[in-house]
Design a protein around this ligand. Structure first.
Ligand SMILES: C[S@@+](CC[C@H](N)C(=O)[O-])C[C@H]1O[C@@H](n2cnc3c(N)ncnc32)[C@H](O)[C@@H]1O
Length: 233
């Protein structure tokens, strides 16, 4: 399977082509609530049982991650407060589980609570080996100003870079199953890591390609071949 490519396909299907024990980190940002809303046509998640679809869907993804991740590889998943509870339950048997607060630097909409944060759920089957030159410990609050230039749920490249830099070494391979506008791919290119990405939506996929093309020329866009790959099973 080619590295440094975003595949315009469903991540569960796409991951089947990734060789076992080949991924150094999952850093991903799934749609927090929309699968439930879209699946059932409801306006909001308001019953505990609604979360079952999230759990069911993520259990499928988790199975594939358990196959393709290296033994001590970290998983980082952007989530909100409710989703974090689902993830905590789902990854309960993994050795390490924790939450990092992303402080967005400004308050959002809402009444009476106006949230200034989102969460990053962390899990590891083994124990993490930090890249000590970049991160002596994992801080539980990271402040990085929100950006919304390319995607409604865009995550700041600088925040992703901090996580990638601290938790992996150069040339590591990072998987993002929900690439959106390609922020994780750009963070990988900036930190000299390889990436594999999936994005189902054609227009977001195209946004990611244009974004990468405008920053790096054709070098890492899908329409141009790359030299690196990992053996497909
Ligand atoms: C929260 S957004 C990611 C935004 C991204 N972090 C960024 O900075 O642009 C989640 C993305 O997952 C995509 N998506 C949803 N289901 C998917 C699936 N089964 N496989 C691949 N991508 C999917 C959506 O189209 C959406 O763009």
């Amino acid at each position: 399977m080619e590295l440094n490519i975003i595949y315009n396909e469903d991540c569960i299907e796409g991951m089947k082509k990734i060789p076992s024990a080949s991924i150094d980190m999952v850093l991903t940002d799934p749609p927090y609530t929309s699968p439930t809303v879209h699946a059932f046509g409801r306006q909001k998640v308001n019953r505990l049982s609604d979360l079952a679809i999230q759990e069911f869907y993520f259990a499928e993804i988790k199975k594939e991650w358990e196959r393709i991740l290296k033994p001590n590889a970290p998983v980082l998943i952007f989530c909100d407060d409710i989703y974090s509870a689902v993830l905590m339950g789902l990854f309960y048997e993994w050795q390490q589980k924790n939450l990092v607060i992303w402080d967005k630097g400004r308050i959002g909409m809402g009444n009476p609570f106006r949230k200034q944060h989102e969460l990053v759920f962390y899990a590891n089957r083994g124990s993490i080996e930090l890249n000590k030159t970049n991160m002596s410990h994992i801080p539980t609050v990271i402040k990085e100003t929100i950006t919304k230039e390319h995607h409604g749920a865009e995550k700041p490249v600088k925040l992703l870079m901090k996580l990638i830099d601290g938790l992996t070494k150069e040339n590591a391979t990072v998987l993002d199953c929900f690439m959106g506008s390609g922020s994780t791919a750009i963070a990988c290119l900036e930190t000299k890591r390889n990436y594999i990405g999936f994005e189902l939506d054609k227009s977001y996929y195209e946004t990611s390609q244009n974004r990468i093309y405008s920053l790096y020329g054709g070098l890492f866009s899908n329409s141009f071949s790359t030299e690196s790959s990992i053996e497909t099973e």
